[in-house]
Design a protein around this ligand. Sequence first.
Ligand code: AMP
Ligand code: MG
Length: 477
Amino acid sequence: MHLQDLKVSMPYLELEEEFHDKTDISPLKNPFLISYSPDAAEILGVEIDDEGFLTKLTNGEVHLEGSRPFAMCYAGHQFGHFVPRLGDGRAINLGKSDSGWNLQLKGAGQTLYSRQGDGRAVLRSSIREYLMSEAMCGLHIATSRALALIGSDHDVPREHWEKGAIVLRMSTSWVRFGTFEYFYAKKQYDKLEVLADYVIGESYTHLKGKKDAYFLMFEELVDRTALLLAKWQGVGFNHGVMNTDNMSMAGLTIDYGPFAFLDDYDFNYTCNHTDTQGRYAFAQQPAVAQWNLSMLMHALSPLINVERMQKALEKYAELYQEYYMTFMRKKLGLLTEDEDDEATLRWLFGIMQQEQIDYTYFFRTISRYDGDKTALLALCELQDPLSEWLERYDQRLEKEERSIAERHKQMLATNPKYVLKNYMLQYAIDKANRGDFSGVNDMLTLARAPFDEHPEMESFAGISPKSVKNLKLSCSS
Ligand code: AMP
Ligand code: MG
């Protein structure tokens, strides 16, 4: 199907008016297409054969059949403090495709929920979100997606004047924990039920009509969130703003702000420079997600028995640990389970922290380990600790029955060669600021196939350059 022929429906607009606000799109001046994702187009079920149409659609100058743009209302706990009304301040929904994707423009102007914001998004943050959601998908992590990115001549005031951009993003769900919190705080409990039915119809269809559906939804969300966090930790992803309004009811990664992949392993790493307390630091994330689930539990308390929810939530830590260890064993090429595996892993992380070892590069390098320690030891200044650890690893590998070749093959398909580190995103952004968008498309190539060899981009597969590693990012976007 041509994109031009895509029809959308507006199921969220069928909910009562407190849930949303119909809004007009404010197009950017002189828009131009920077990039689009062929993978996102494929799952949406459309062919992009008219880039002019895609540009106009992303800029809100043409509409899909059936579309009636709107913003969604929600609340949320921001850095631990409840804000009773947030909402889509710079996101405008276009509707839902038959294939189940809710299309949304980020940066297309003000909405009822913009508060002091201008409803815009600047080029650098839009490039980051566009690339990163595709990269997370490439790493097999549940996420919203991005179909297209446009730039413009539109001036947007931030610390300096910058140019406005829009990402046409898509998700199977845009409902947040904070959407439930909004109605709970207003004591509109009937709306909680309406919303829960909507979420089940959208993201938990197998529970539809079940007697216990609301509880089962919560229980499954605990599970999905535990899995999501295990994957974030496993690939070394720091979200940066894990407020409850940025937590997905479908268990997806959404709302990419000042996120980052780890350069060197650092459990304290906090990508968001406004997060001075390190609330959302790398190692805090699994526990923060649990706290966020507990806020959701409160919001759902008029609908679901709290004790049952508490019991379900108590399982979170165990589920997380199970998913995490399964993932980490794969990263280490271990098929069997050994009771010492957790301790072995902690030991490794201690060394990585101390020696400031590049997280992605380490796991990619160990994916070819055959007993020769040279390449791994070269990553350390002080080699003895890693050398000792590798002896332990050698012993551990003896318990495995697979051939070395088989282990290598599996590890190379588990440990990415490329993750979009900040300096790589910055490379694409710097080029884009000079009017050259080839960096965006190069990074998209890596995002789509992070486990593959890309000889022409080998320079991005190494250790992050010292001057640009583990930097913090501004929230202003
Ligand atoms: P975030 O933490 O980026 O997800 O944003 C928190 C809230 O602020 C959301 O409700 C956003 O829609 C809103 N927001 C952020 N930046 C802007 C902006 N430039 N204009 C309007 N709303 C914004
Ligand atoms: Mg947000």
